[in-house]
Design a protein. Sequence first.
Length: 300
Amino acid sequence: MNWDDLRLFLAVARAQRLAAASRVVGLDATTLSRRMDRLAADLGTSLFEPGSSGLMLTARGLQLLRHAEAMEHSALEARGEVAGERGLLSGVVRVSVAEGFGTWLVARHLASFQRANPNIIVELIASSGFLNPSKREADLAVLLARPKSGPLVTRRLTDYTLQLYAAPAYLDRAPPLRTPADLKHHVLIGYVPDIIFSPALDYIAEIRPGTAPDIRSSSINAQHALTASGAGLCVLPRFIGEQDPQLVPVLTAQIALTRSFWLVVHKDMRQLARVAAFIDWLSGLIAANADLLAGRHTAA
């Protein structure tokens, strides 16, 4: 095995495309492809397979990646000791998270991770729906339910609470709201019922049984904007509602929901140093914001 091929292999594994990797290593894509074919032949195994986002590592490719990154890390540490430079982790970490969690917590603090790890590129996929670590669509995901199967390592990341919120402008013109029974006279904002991506998000069925939202969006950020504009009432995570001074909680004694976030990572990816570094940072972020997640925080 040509040791320089491992350097090229790392570039392809991180870029997931030959054209992008070729620009990093200074070789044309055809030459780089031949080098990867030679490396695979030397090892007697396939290293990459086509995927939805480009070239994806096979199980054997992931094993080689761990060894190649360990060698790279050792080289960086050696350089740091000899030349007085700090060894840095590098590569891409693709993280799939719920839109609200990604926008209101992760994105607001992600700069601290990238300052500490400037050579790690975080791809934050914050959307309504999740990429699947089992299929290696993401390196790790924060899900609303624990997966029932797959080659995954999972743990409960945190519980979080939700509350019914409204803008004062809505409450000023709306009918009285003293008990949950009064909700039948109010406009409720929520998810589109037939494309809701998790049963855990069907809040309206829980607080006003037998009905659907009056105003609907697949986006929690759109729901937040609708609520802030005075369009109606909305169940929002308290890590969103408590950070927006335009909103006030209502029926706090009668309605309080709890949900959980689950950290999910493919068992082959958990050992990668850059993935482990991000998980450690995310765990610290959760600990630092425990009061906000639990609803013990009041925005200034």
